[in-house]
Design a protein around this ligand. Structure first.
Ligand SMILES: CC(C)(COP(=O)(O)OP(=O)(O)OC[C@H]1O[C@@H](n2cnc3c(N)ncnc32)[C@H](O)[C@@H]1OP(=O)(O)O)[C@@H](O)C(=O)NCCC(=O)NCCS
Length: 182
């Protein structure tokens, strides 16, 4: 256990040195949309229009990891806060549902570029997002994922709520929920 904690701390220090973690800047919306195109098939990806709208309306609900060497985004996690309690697909398409005071966050995309994968960046984005939103008084994070990702999110602290009320991209999704401790 102690060994595991030390390993995680070493990984976090390494990621901190390599990446700057922060909210998105308005001019980075197109870059985020391009990363989304690389990370998801066309039927699942958020369109450029939606991404630009989200980045303009809710930049503080993005967490981007910028490679300090290149100045480019390597990965990001984004969402919209709301007082709603379960996920619905309209959150993907309507950034107008954003309620800055919302107690929950609907997560809309975890994206890590292929060159940066399997190095702990996805996990670190989730960990930091939870910490930040805990500081903002949020209660729960919700997301939908396909069956092959259920175990990955469980390892990151999410619970499987079963089949989601979603038909995004013509697939059947699981709703996953993370309860943020007080
Ligand atoms: C899924 C994704 C975000 C993972 O990012 P990553 O930086 O490679 O993830 P990490 O290195 O932090 O891995 C965290 C854990 O998840 C596991 N994992 C990583 N990618 C996985 C995948 N595609 N399927 C299942 N498990 C995966 C890792 O093995 C690791 O497990 P461990 O804790 O036992 O070591 C990245 O592959 C990606 O952007 N994929 C395309 C978009 C996508 O599918 N996003 C999620 C949508 S629901």
């Amino acid at each position: 256990m102690e060994k595991e904690i030390r390993k995680q701390e070493a990984e976090q220090t390494m990621l901190d040195e390599r990446f700057e973690f922060r909210s998105i800047r308005p001019e980075e919306g197109e870059e985020a949309a391009e990363i989304e195109r690389i990370c998801f098939p066309p039927n699942e990806a958020c369109s450029e229009k939606m991404m630009l709208e989200r980045a303009a309306k809710a930049p503080e609900l993005f967490l981007v990891a910028v490679d300090r060497q290149t100045g480019r985004i390597a990965g990001f996690l984004n969402g919209l806060s709301t007082n709603e309690e379960s996920f619905r697909d309209e959150f993907f398409t309507d950034a107008g549902l954003y309620d800055p005071e919302g107690r929950n966050v609907m997560l809309l995309g975890l994206d890590v570029l292929p060159d940066y994968r399997l190095q702990g960046l996805g996990r670190e984005l989730v960990r930091r997002y939870v910490r930040r939103e805990r500081g903002n008084g949020r209660k729960r994070l919700l997301l939908t994922c396909l069956p092959p990702k259920v175990e990955m999110y469980k390892k990151m602290g999410f619970c499987d709520q079963g089949i989601a009320n979603s038909s995004w991209g013509g697939s059947q999704w699981h709703e996953m929920s993370y309860t943020i401790p007080d």
